[in-house]
Write a protein that binds this ligand. Structure first.
Ligand SMILES: C[S@@+](CC[C@H](N)C(=O)[O-])C[C@H]1O[C@@H](n2cnc3c(N)ncnc32)[C@H](O)[C@@H]1O
Length: 424
């Protein structure tokens, strides 16, 4: 019997086959091949509906990473200085190195130093480190030019904000998280976090950002880059719950921000009425921007769910989109108990939120994103992402009269829709 093929050969063959599949898809749809040339595409765009081509792309990401780690071996893998990747990205964002010269032109370390105020020696070390990570190119010694990645940083302010916030805010919090876990063992408080230690404060992330409007703006923009991506479309909320069965009922969107989710639902279900609740400053801004086609069915209301019980009594649905994952179990229980005085029998609490998968269900790449977000919640808020059973437990802890009915992730969506019914 032939001995089985070594795993690295199996991986390499799979990578070749999937790369072929991806390129055939791009060619047959007139799409550009991936390239970091300065004029290369910003994304390798394969619509999620193209399941074969997208599966091939995802498999390439997973398999190339595994192959790389295998050929490094455990020792070199662990000794590969991955944190410095963040340092050169942080420096590029902090000192606006990508903005020091225009895409399509060339520059020198000295000119970049003059444009940014950084010493030339630091510019050289940062840019040359970034170049080995595929950001910028050096076509001739000492001459720097943009590639597609540095060009994106130069031209897309939202991506620039994402890189800035993820390094200056998230990475700093991450680096202090073990210190916070030691200092505040088992804490569920949002001000006893790595982020708080990194900012030498005992304030929460919201309180810190309220003191630094520019950081708050950048963080908000960075989060928006994330939440406006594929899989977060509001159509999943509109189509993923039987809103029509509520007839002319009322939906309260708790922590509803500007009310975007309600606007989308309202357009599809003209008999429903909505109350959008959020903190006072958010509501003040939101009220000024209500689209006229739904304005007569939208009420905006300042409501702090940590300080007050739910003031809207007898609604059919209390909707929480991307709210409870921000809070530890202690605060989720508090928020849910705050609903109880308002709940009529049969009222539903609808969550639109992350659900952690069991290990190995998703691709390694997708799972890594979710596990990273899980850690992020701890770094920032002492919260964590939850498995479906964890969500059930939160309702059970809040009150046994909540019947958690589970949920589903609409096809192509990132967030799940989950329902609990009040049986009180
Ligand atoms: C991650 S955002 C989600 C916003 C919206 N539901 C969405 O899906 O886009 C969290 C929201 O919770 C709001 N929030 C935070 N603390 C709150 C509190 N104590 N009471 C009410 N809203 C709060 C924030 O202002 C923010 O709008």
């Amino acid at each position: 019997m032939a001995s089985p093929e070594p795993h690295i050969i199996e991986l390499a063959k799979r990578i070749a086959a999937n790369t072929d599949k991806l390129q055939s898809y791009l060619t047959s749809h007139g799409l550009p091949t991936p390239s970091f040339d300065v004029d290369g595409p910003k994304d390798t765009l394969v619509p999620k509906t193209e399941t074969d081509a997208e599966a091939a792309r995802v498999a390439i990401v997973d398999d190339t990473q595994e192959l790389r780690r295998l050929v490094l071996g455990p020792r070199e893998y662990l000794m590969s200085y991955t944190h410095n990747e963040l340092l050169s990205q942080q420096a590029i964002a902090r000192f606006r190195l990508a903005h020091a010269f225009a895409p399509g032109t060339e520059s020198s370390f000295g000119d970049i130093a003059a444009a940014t105020g950084l010493p030339e020696i630091n510019v050289r070390q940062i840019i040359r480190h970034a170049i080995v990570k595929d950001i910028f190119v050096e076509p001739r010694p000492g001459v720097v030019a943009h590639n597609a990645v540095s060009r994106l940083l130069a031209e897309d302010p939202v991506i620039h904000d994402w890189v800035g916030a993820s390094n200056d805010d998230l990475w700093q919090g991450a680096a202090q998280t073990c210190n916070a876990l030691e200092k505040y063992p088992g804490s569920q408080e949002p001000n006893e976090t790595g982020f708080a230690l990194a900012n030498s404060t005992n304030a929460t992330v919201y309180q810190v950002f309220s003191q630094f409007p520019e950081r708050a703006r950048r963080f908000g923009n960075a989060m928006r880059a994330f939440t406006e991506g594929t899989g977060f479309e509001l159509s999943h909320v509109v189509d993923g719950f039987p809103w029509g069965e509520l007839g002319n009922g009322t939906v309260v969107d708790v922590g509803g921000s500007q009310g975007f989710a309600c606007f989308a639902i309202a357009r599809q279900f003209p008999a429903l009425s909505f109350v959008v609740q959020d903190l006072e400053p958010v509501i003040q801004a939101a009220e000024k921007e209500v689209p006229t086609d739904v304005a007569n069915r939208m009420q905006f209301m300042a409501h702090d769910f940590l300080l007050e019980d739910q003031p809207v009594k007898g609604a059919d649905v209390y909707f929480f989109r991307w709210i409870l994952h921000n809070w530890s179990d202690k605060y989720c229980v508090k928020i849910l108990r705050g609903l109880i005085p308002a709940l009529k029998t049969g009222a539903k609490v609808v969550l639109n939120d992350n659900v952690l998968p069991q290990p190995g269900v998703l691709s390694r790449w997708q799972e890594d994103r979710l596990r990273s977000m899980d850690l992020c919640m701890t770094e920032l808020q002492n919260s964590h992402e939850r498995e479906l059973d964890d969500w059930a437990k939160v309702f059970e802890l809040a009150d046994p009269r909540f019947e958690f009915k589970g949920g589903q992730r609409p096809a192509g969506a990132n967030l799940w829709l989950m329902v609990a019914e009040w049986k009180g």
